[in-house]
Unconditional design. Structure first.
Length: 534
């Protein structure tokens, strides 16, 4: 059957009652009947404002209740949500909103100044929807008014499970790309894991609703990582579609482990989504420093994806929450379910080692399948339920989504080896892309920004190991004249999102480019490691 998310939300919303929590943000709580009414009103309002079926809607905000509520409203109006990185500056914002063809943009009042600067460059946006702030900007619609005014009943009309939504990813090279998921494909990809565990998969909407009433309604999902990234978005969306609650942290601007554990205790959080050690290490440190402070008995699962989650940190967390299963999920924006690793108090696996996912294989660069135990590295490939490709980019789609032996695979570029027991060991992304606390940074973008400074002759950027960030963005530059590291860093922060700015900038007379101008990133990284004592 067709599994359109708007239809699912209509069916689940009709079955749940006033005691069933849907959204929680600090003391602000919304229960399912109110959630259903508000999202129905939002959907009608968006259509009235000029949005048409299949249009895109940008989400420019941090984690908050309105993120999931607006997403549900979009699904009901047959619109595609588009994740916008709230750290982006003007040119980056214009690119995402324009490239996605967004006609609606939801934005938090926190980003009013940025919106006012870029709005004249985005004439195709028919509705700017402001969240918070009291006084609504003259050019914007008031979000709360849209959610509380008008007809709260379900929308009429037919929706399709083949409708798409876009998850923008940096990928490994070039500008961000929108991965085209359909509702049906995402649902099938999710259900493959359920089948693998031997659990029943609902085949009808009535069966899905029954699952929501018996299991889903008791879920309290807390995305500690940003909803603008796939890990946070997909785990929260799964909870919402199954009748559970999405809990967001009241301290939005900076991750606070104390706020997280306070929220877990007060809201009875059952599951969390994080991004590796960048989140898990401060979470563990806070627990170690405050033994017994919180009642964490509700936590049943923590899911991580995106960066390394070390075995030592997992074991540390299990000292405090021994009932919890820690799930290290190996996936990408281009597909999910490449592999998984589950650690409990009874045991687990080594860092970077995963049980290979359903419909997954490992291929060499010439499309030969890697044999278990051979030690030969290859690219992980995911067949079966994979996205349609990149939005408006058939060339890059063809490079990432390949047909091998009659099966279409998503191959985002992660190298791994296949062990004799069939498990896989992740080696890393086969490119120069830097992954810093779950954010992808492209060296070329930072290099070009550095070289626009009058004092810089040349620049190369690499990632070096870092306990906090996973990888720290590090620049090596040659100079035309003297300039301080702090001045260059401040210059970059004025050009790009702050997370892209190098944590360290090192100086070198010559960067050793080849005669054809190509960079030798290996020697530059070796130089950086030596200079930093790593």
């Amino acid at each position: 059957m067709d599994w359109n998310f708007g239809d699912i939300l209509d069916a689940v919303g009709a079955a749940l009652g006033p005691d069933d929590l849907a959204l929680a943000h600090g003391d602000h709580k919304i229960y399912w009947p109110e959630f259903t009414a508000r999202t129905n009103r939002l959907a009608r309002a968006l259509i009235h404002l000029g949005a048409k079926s299949g249009d895109k809607a940008g989400f420019y905000m941090r984690n908050q209740a309105e993120y999931m509520e607006a997403m549900a409203g979009c699904f009901k109006a047959s619109l595609s949500p588009v994740n916008v990185n709230y750290r982006y500056l003007d040119d980056e914002l214009v690119y995402i909103i324009d490239n996605s063809d967004s006609t609606v943009v939801f934005f938090d009042v926190e980003f009013m100044a940025e919106v006012e600067r870029v709005r004249p460059r985005l004439p195709r946006v028919v509705a700017w929807v402001q969240i918070g702030g009291g006084v609504t900007a003259p050019f914007a619609q008031d979000y709360e008014k849209l959610a509380t005014s008008g007809d709260p009943s379900p929308l009429a009309g037919k929706r399709s499970g083949d409708e798409i939504f876009l998850l923008y990813t940096g990928g490994t090279t070039g500008l961000p790309k929108g991965v085209m998921w359909t509702h049906n494909i995402w649902r099938e990809a999710s259900m493959e894991g359920v089948r693998k565990m031997g659990l029943p998969v609902p085949e009808t909407m009535d069966e899905h609703v029954q699952n929501a009433l018996t299991v889903g309604r008791f879920s309290r999902q807390l995305p500690a990582c940003p909803l603008m990234h796939g890990t946070g978005w997909f785990t929260a969306m799964g909870a919402m579609l199954n009748g559970g609650a999405v809990v967001t942290l009241s301290e939005k601007a900076k991750f606070s482990p104390v706020n997280l554990w306070d929220t877990v205790e007060s809201t009875g959080v059952t599951s969390m989504a994080i991004v590796g050690d960048a989140f898990a290490k401060p979470m563990l440190q806070t627990l170690d420093e405050n033994p017994g402070r919180w009642n964490l008995s509700s936590v049943l699962n923590i899911v991580s994806s995106g960066v390394m989650w070390s075995a030592e940190v997992k074991q540390g967390l299990l000292r405090h929450i021994p009932q919890t299963a820690l799930t290290d999920s190996f996936g990408a924006s281009e597909a999910v379910g490449f592999g998984s690793s589950i650690t409990t108090a009874d045991g687990g696996t080594q860092t970077s080692k995963f049980e290979i996912g359903v419909s997954c294989k490992v291929f060499t660069e010439d499309d030969r399948e890697v044999m278990p135990g051979s030690g030969e590295p290859g690219f992980i490939a995911r067949g079966g339920a994979v996205p349609l490709g990149y939005y408006k980019d058939p060339e890059k789609t063809a490079k990432t989504y390949k047909t091998i032996g009659g099966m279409r695979y998503a191959i985002p570029g992660d190298w791994c080896t296949v062990e004799a027991d069939g498990s896989i060991t992740l080696l890393g992304r086969g490119s120069n892309c830097i992954n810093t606390a779950g954010e992808k940074v492209y060296p070329e973008e930072v290099e070009e920004a550095l070289k626009s400074h009058a004092a810089v002759r040349d620049a190369l950027v690499v990632g070096v190991p870092d306990d906090k960030w996973g990888q720290a963005v590090t620049a090596v530059v040659s100079l035309e004249r003297d300039v301080s590291e702090d001045e260059l860093r401040a210059f970059i922060q004025s050009k790009l999102a702050r997370y892209k700015a190098p944590k360290r900038i090192l100086f070198k007379e010559s960067l050793g480019r080849a005669p054809n101008g190509k960079a030798d990133y290996k020697s530059i990284k070796d130089f950086a490691l030596k200079e930093l004592g790593l």
